[in-house]
Design a binder for this molecule. Structure first.
Ligand SMILES: [Zn+2]
Length: 236
């Protein structure tokens, strides 16, 4: 089971269209993957335009959420402090199910977390988001065998697999970030039959994304499709 995804930046520049006229607070309904993606695009468009709407952090909102959560989307992103998904997508409490690791790499704990979000919480969308000037990807690109710990070596090795992309795409960190996003999505699908089944049955949409630090804009890939006949792309 292999998923092909390309985060083609130029071809997928977001033209955000708000699916709801309300702010980012009113998102606790059932959404299709495409509708959830539309909400994220709209929220990011507000962020880019410095027009983010206030999100409620009030006790009333917390009270509403105490009974349970129905997040609109899962976001697997880098731990970089400049890339906070809730701000980037102008989202409030209970709206995003966020998992963050350096270089947004996945392991079994991350996969189990994603499975919980998708299967138990019925979250309709997973966004795997890399970003401009990612230090983890840069370190992986430059590292030889000088990781400072076995844990760091594990992380850098996971990211470094993206270097298996064609040479012309390896020369820019940006393209390494995109290749890493693709790698992470393929790893997640290959490592989790649960997620794969949810994608196959249309219950879960998966997209890759790239965040620009200064503009604040998030560019998205096409929605991932399953294709068991597709060649593996960048798999280690
Ligand atoms: Zn990063």
């Amino acid at each position: 089971m292999t998923v092909r995804v390309r985060v083609a930046v130029a071809a997928t520049m977001v033209c955000a269209t708000a699916l709801v006229t309300a702010g980012a607070n009113e998102t606790n309904g059932a959404y299709t993957p495409q509708a959830a993606l539309g909400l994220l695009k709209a929220g990011n468009d507000r962020f880019v335009r410095n027009a983010s709407v206030p999100v409620s952090l009030s006790v009333n909102r917390r009270q509403e959420l105490a009974a349970g959560q129905r997040p609109v989307a899962m976001v697997l992103s880098c731990a970089d402090s400049r890339v906070p998904p809730e701000h980037v997508f102008n989202a409030g409490l209970g709206e995003l199910f966020v998992i963050r690791t350096a270089g947004e790499v996945v392991d079994k704990s991350i996969l189990a977390t994603l499975e919980y979000g998708a299967e138990q919480l019925n979250t309709p969308l997973l966004v795997v988001m890399g970003h401009e000037s990612c230090g983890a990807v840069t370190a992986a690109a430059k590292a030889k065998d000088d990781a400072t710990s076995t844990n760091m070596a594990y992380l850098l090795k996971a990211i470094r697999t993206a270097r298996q992309q064609p040479r012309e795409e390896r020369e820019e960190i940006k393209y390494l970030v995109l290749a890493n996003v693709e790698q992470v999505i393929n790893d997640a699908m290959a490592g989790s039959p649960v997620l794969q089944l949810l994608v196959d049955t249309g219950r879960l949409g998966v997209v890759g994304a790239y965040y620009e630090l200064v503009s604040g804009r998030v560019m998205f890939s096409e929605m991932v499709r399953s294709d068991s006949s597709a060649p593996r792309s960048g798999r280690r």
